[in-house]
Design a protein around this ligand. Sequence first.
Ligand code: PMP
Length: 315
Amino acid sequence: MEIHQMAEMHPGAIAYHEGRYLPVEEARISILTHAFNYGTGLFEGIRGYYAEEEDNILVFRLKEHIDRFVRNFNIMCMEIPETAADIETVCLEVVQRSGFREGVYIRPICYKSEHSLGPTVRGVKSSFSCYIIKLGDYVNITDGLDVAVSSWRRLSDNAIPSRAKSTGSYINSSLAATEAKQAGFHEAIFLREDGTVAEGSAMNLFMVQNGALVTPPPTADILVGITRNTVMELTTAELGLPVIERPIARTELYVCDELFFCGTGAQVAPVRSVDRRIIGGGTVGPITKQLQDLYFEVVTGKVAKYRGWCTPVYG
Ligand code: PMP
């Protein structure tokens, strides 16, 4: 399933907009909206996994997503009446009210809703909305992806804050992903302006080298992913392997043992080639596979120790 399937294609989906719950096709904004004109929106992407044995949807790391969301309000000078607790409730309630019993993707979004001209964020009214779509796998997670280093550079934190999941910043991601796909690759890898590795178009990156995981630090113009954190925790606690945050040079990607992306959409997605160079054996590496299997056990609520990361939607 492709993520660009439109919300309208999911009959019965209920959204939260302007303080009330309503069918998603009725949740509309004006073309005068500040965020529509200037890209001044901030959002989250959260997955809910359908756990068949309990006939429930488990929302993964809801608290951490909402915490990142509301912290980033400070970058964008956003103030809304809804508290973090209210936003969590809305995220669960749009799923409940839609009545879905399959994998979902929840999209809370806070945006400059004022009908005003002028590129500023301070003093411009913000509003909060939330919608959901049904979502399966976003990228192929079985065979390994063929990726290319992008000719587009990852936006710098001092230009458009990379740690904020802002709507405008996805121009950068869209250009890189489009270039990669047009050239016959599945995904792109962004370098930073200094030439070191940042991440994928909408996913973080890990390489496996000499039995350790290596990933760029939070200062490397990345979105500091919740899945990145999950992978780091599971690697140290369950696999007993070290995780190193440090700058990565482009050619390190060509000579590493294993490489994978991770993100809410991407989940844990192995990479089998970079710039047509085969990575490792060209198959899913053993550590990546172990992490991927563990990740799916955890997100579907099967590992008691990590059950606290899963919030049930129904009851
Ligand atoms: N980087 C970017 C640019 C992203 O859009 C995403 C998806 N939210 C990620 C990384 C992964 O973040 P997370 O694990 O929090 O979904």
